[in-house]
Write a protein that binds this ligand. Structure first.
Ligand SMILES: [Zn+2]
Length: 112
């Protein structure tokens, strides 16, 4: 049994129903889910398989999930946008973003 890397409280349980959504395509993959925070960790080979399928479909050719640490700045936490996403989405400091909380996920959208 492995402990969750995110909350460090839960136990990772094997599941076969993790959904990965890539550009509107839904992929069901095997992996592990935390019993405490519900964070999902698709198995590496499953993720790779999904990426190769996604590539064939012409959707997102990048890794599907990136793990980042937040950094502390003043009283708040700062999330740094990965460089490749910055380029792909043509982000800069003048772009306004919308932040939505969806369950335990945070969705960041660039406003145009
Ligand atoms: Zn957890």
């Amino acid at each position: 049994m492995r402990k969750c890397l995110i909350c460090e409280k839960g136990i990772l349980e094997k599941v076969e129903d993790i959904t990965l959504e890539v550009e509107g395509y839904i992929f069901i993959v095997k992996g592990e889910r935390c019993s405490n925070c519900n964070e999902e960790f698709p198995f590496e080979e499953e993720t790779q398989r999904t990426i190769s399928i996604a590539r064939k479909l012409g959707v997102w050719p990048e890794p599907l999930k990136l793990y980042r640490h937040l950094s502390k700045s003043g009283k708040g936490l700062v999330f740094r946008i990965p460089n490749d996403l910055e380029k792909q989405l043509k982000l800069n400091e003048n772009v306004e973003i919308a932040i939505t909380k969806v369950g335990n996920k945070i969705v960041i959208e660039a406003e145009r």
